[in-house]
Design a protein around this ligand. Structure first.
Ligand code: PEP
Length: 250
């Protein structure tokens, strides 16, 4: 039985006070919810304050990225020990915006995943195809390449503990959502790839989230697919009511 995860990626949004207002809204709205892990990924200026507020809460905190070195002359990066220091338990890695705007490669994703695991941060590894790749019927090839590069050298035990997020790039922030069938097809494919590369036990345990314009109105159908174990939410995670609606739909 895989415990579902609903993770909110706040991206480059919210001041410290806005972040605290948002996280309080989520926290106090969750009193009657169980059986789902809730994660928020604030900006780096707000993460410490948000993590302090959530110290005794079941809501976990995530970095939006993590660098592979622990410390040193690496301007503007964030390391796994620093994320652990503020109380984070997760790190989003290889988000399509990192790949698109910051030139992140599968090899870099792999180094980040290894650094996160070394410091007991749970990686949320993002994969997904662009619209051109989907139209060219390259989904399987793209996802396979991203997974084999990003997860290279990991053990089956490590794979079982991490989280994969399938985020079709054409559905992120566009209002276009993959249909439940389209999403399920790729989630099944991802689980099959994990099974063939790392064994059936790891494939049965690894949680695969869907991301791409998830909102309360479409989350129920998406989340009811057998291989969809939750959601990575961007825009709708910035409003407590919308995020709570998605969590409660699961
Ligand atoms: C994301 O950025 O991970 C995401 C899924 O964004 P949105 O929900 O806004 O499409």
């Amino acid at each position: 039985m895989r415990t579902p995860i609903i993770a909110g990626n706040w991206k480059l949004n919210n001041t410290i006070s806005e972040s605290l207002e948002l996280v309080k809204g989520i926290h106090y709205g969750l009193t009657d919810v169980s059986g789902v892990e809730v994660v928020v990924a604030p900006t780096y200026t707000a993460i410490s304050k948000v993590a302090d507020f959530l110290k005794d809460s079941a809501i976990a905190v995530s970095g939006q990225d993590v660098f592979w070195e622990d410390s040193g002359a690496f301007t503007a990066t964030i390391s796994a020990p620093l994320l652990k220091d503020v109380g984070a338990d997760y790190a989003i890695i290889g988000h399509s915006e990192r790949r698109q705007y910051f030139g992140e490669t599968d090899e870099m994703v792999n180094k980040r995943v290894k650094a996160a695991l070394k410091h007991n941060l749970i990686p949320i590894v993002c994969v997904g195809e662009t619209l051109e790749e989907r139209e060219a019927e390259q989904v399987e090839k793209v996802v396979n390449t991203q997974l084999s590069g990003g997860l290279a050298g990991l053990t089956s035990e490590e794979i079982a503990e991490l989280v994969i997020a399938y985020e079709p790039v054409w559905a992120i922030g566009t209002g276009k959502t993959a249909s439940p069938e389209q999403a399920e097809e790729v989630h099944q494919l991802i689980r099959n790839i994990v099974a063939s590369d790392f064994g059936q036990e790891a494939a049965d345990k690894v949680r695969i989230l869907y991301g791409g314009s998830v909102k309360p109105a479409n989350s129920k159908e998406l989340m009811s697919q057998p291989n969809i174990d939750g959601a990575l939410v961007g825009g709708a995670s910035l409003k407590a009511d919308d995020f709570l609606g998605i969590i409660k739909n699961i």
